[in-house]
Write a protein that binds this ligand. Structure first.
Ligand code: UD1
Length: 435
């Protein structure tokens, strides 16, 4: 090939992060848990509700946060990072211009409620995010319509406008995002809004606590019914977000999978009750302090009772992939049923490449007993499924390769360093690709 072709190849070359993982016989040490991705995202979006500056402490360095920050900047907000903290100041928010960016992230739809509440109109692209189901936004729009917004489709965008008035919103499903959007929009509506059948996830309670710190008149966030007195100007605040319960579950399950002893610091044990109970059934010893969780697994694992993912306080759908992966070497049989996302089990066929004895029947995956696992080349297709592959590969003999690490980086602030510090035999290599 001539020099021209070589130059083209050089310009077009890029590299993707790939994990190389070898069998990890045990983990030991301490890991500090990050603040919760699923609370950081709505809280950053809520920054569009006030012209005062906000400071959010200890924000994880994950690509979902980076994407939302670039969307907020596109909306006219000034967002700056100073060490671990982010400041947000939205003097004159507007609808984002970049529709493409909205598609990178499911939580991008959370800017809709605040922009509408603040300016009386909003035009946004449809959100993307992990490919784990269809994930429509009908409940988000229904909630905003109940407050008086008119919705007009505009190609692939949705244009909303109207003066908002407090109302009763009944959510047909306790959707996390729709609850958050309704809460945020209701703050700009005149009068009182009641959200019924609201989602109860701890991240919603945290969003409520943040909004109250900004002067909102809001009760019941994190319970099935919340009440919001709208129309009050919010002021700035400095806020520390709660610990990430899914990251916590990931490290607990990693230790259960490999054996050893791990202490998690800056955790919120109460928000991880389902995972702690399941790992206890498997034979792990777990001790919880105020903000620590210590897990110890020495003997063989026993499969836990059947698990069904449900809205909080049920077992978290996001923690099921790592719990499943933790049990690939467990004695006995069990099953995992998903009720929230219809397409969440794509990672199961990747785990089968390691030799895992798994079979899928619709929304249930059955684990048929322990099988020795061997290394394989695996493709992460979504965030939590990707974390499950990491746990699977740590249990397999030989060296596994995991492609698609970018999906894992959406939600884990340096998973690799945390696991390495606990003794995991994992490293990242940059593999060149042509773009
Ligand atoms: C949030 C979390 C995600 C978690 C999920 C369920 C964030 C940023 N993401 O996602 O990690 O897995 O909660 O705990 O917090 N639905 C509709 N119409 C709608 C909205 C949702 O049919 O308008 C359906 C979804 O397709 C899904 C179910 O409701 O089947 C639950 O989704 P939802 O609770 O909204 O999840 P997210 O807010 O997208």
């Amino acid at each position: 090939k001539g020099p021209k072709a070589a130059r083209r190849a050089y310009r077009g070359d890029a590299a993707v992060a790939t994990y190389l993982i070898r069998h990890t016989p045990r983990l030991s040490g301490e890991v500090e848990v990050s603040t919760a991705k699923n609370a950081v995202l709505p809280i950053l979006a809520a920054g569009l509700l006030t012209e005062d500056p906000l400071i959010i402490k200890e924000v994880p360095r994950i690509t979902d946060v980076e994407t939302l920050v670039s969307i907020l900047r596109d909306c006219g907000a000034e967002v700056n990072r100073s060490g671990a903290d982010l400041s947000v100041c939205a003097l004159q928010p507007q609808s984002p211009q970049n529709e493409e960016r909205m598609r990178k992230l499911r939580a991008s739809i959370l800017i809709l409620g605040p922009i509408l509440a603040r300016t009386g109109s909003a035009c946004v692209g449809l959100p993307g995010g992990c490919a784990i189901g269809q994930r429509p936004i009908d409940l988000h729009l229904k909630g905003l319509q109940a407050l008086g917004a008119q919705v007009h489709p505009l190609g692939g965008m949705r244009q909303l406008s109207g003066r908002l008035t407090g109302a009763r919103i009944y959510l047909d499903l306790p959707s996390v995002g729709a609850t958050e959007n309704a809460m945020l929009a209701a703050l700009g509506a005149d009068g009182c809004t009641t959200i019924e059948n609201a989602a109860c996830e701890p991240e919603i309670a945290d969003l409520g606590a943040f909004l109250c710190a900004c002067g909102a008149d809001l009760r019941g966030a994190g319970t099935p019914t919340s009440e919001i007195e709208g129309g009050k100007a919010l002021h700035g605040a400095t806020y520390t977000i709660l610990p990430d319960r899914i990251e916590t579950a990931t490290y607990l399950c990693a230790c259960a999978a490999c054996g050893g002893a791990l202490t998690l610091r800056r955790a919120a044990p109460a928000s991880c009750a389902g995972v702690i109970e399941a790992l206890g059934q498997c034979g792990c010893r777990i001790r919880c302090g105020y903000d620590t969780i210590a897990i110890h697994r020495q003997g063989p694992l026993t499969a836990c009772r059947a698990v069904t993912a449900r809205p909080y306080p049920g077992f978290p759908t996001d923690a099921m992939p790592v719990l499943l992966a933790a049990q690939l070497g467990a004695q006995g049989k069990t099953s995992f049923t998903e009720t929230i996302f219809e397409n969440r089990f794509l990672y199961v066929q990747e785990l089968q490449k390691l030799g895992a004895k798994l079979s899928q029947d619709g929304r249930t995956v059955r684990l048929q007993g322990a099988e020795p696992l061997h290394a394989a080349r695996l493709h992460a297709g979504d965030l939590r499924g990707g974390a499950a592959l990491v746990l699977g590969a740590m249990q397999a003999e030989g060296e596994s390769t995991i492609f698609g690490v970018k999906h894992i980086q959406r939600g884990y602030d340096n998973l690799e360093a945390a696991l390495q510090s606990a003794g995991a035999r994992l490293k990242t290599v940059e593999i060149p690709i042509k773009v």
